[in-house]
Ligand binder design. Structure first.
Ligand SMILES: [Fe+2]
Length: 134
């Protein structure tokens, strides 16, 4: 999965988080069967930080479709968790399938919900304040 120009949403902490997401997905795609579980757990651990950060930005900046975006993050985490259980039961090949699914999920999610959030934060002046604070 390659980083694309259109993934730059103009909110640096979010862009950095998304680069890290792509790195984790690529590590999962490249993982051999014996490393698939660890790579999936790494991706899940990343998703906890990534989504918690975005959920916090949404709450603090008063993002209107907040619940819709939070629910989508929760759905992705629930499916990652169930895949982790299946891999633990001896189905390591699922790792590569999840990596492909995550690629198309992210492509759409970044273009819709994350784009809307980045625009909203800019609009209300939240993003720049956050970047000065961090
Ligand atoms: Fe998001």
């Amino acid at each position: 999965m390659n980083w694309k120009e259109r993934y730059i949403l103009g909110c640096m902490p979010m862009d950095d988080m998304h680069k890290e997401f792509i790195d984790r997905v690529n590590a999962l795609a490249a993982a051999s069967d014996s490393l698939a579980l660890g790579a999936l757990e790494d991706l899940f651990e990343h998703s906890e930080r990534h989504f918690a950060q975005e959920n916090l930005w949404m709450r603090e900046s008063g993002f209107p479709p907040l619940q819709c975006h939070i629910d989508e993050h929760a759905r992705v985490q629930a499916s990652l968790q169930s895949i982790i259980q299946m891999v633990k039961k001896g189905n390591p090949g699922l790792g590569k399938i999840v990596a492909r699914e995550m690629e198309s999920w992210f492509d759409h999610h970044a273009a819709t919900m994350d784009t809307a959030l980045a625009r909203h934060m800019r609009h209300v002046g939240y993003s720049s304040r956050h970047q000065q604070d961090s």
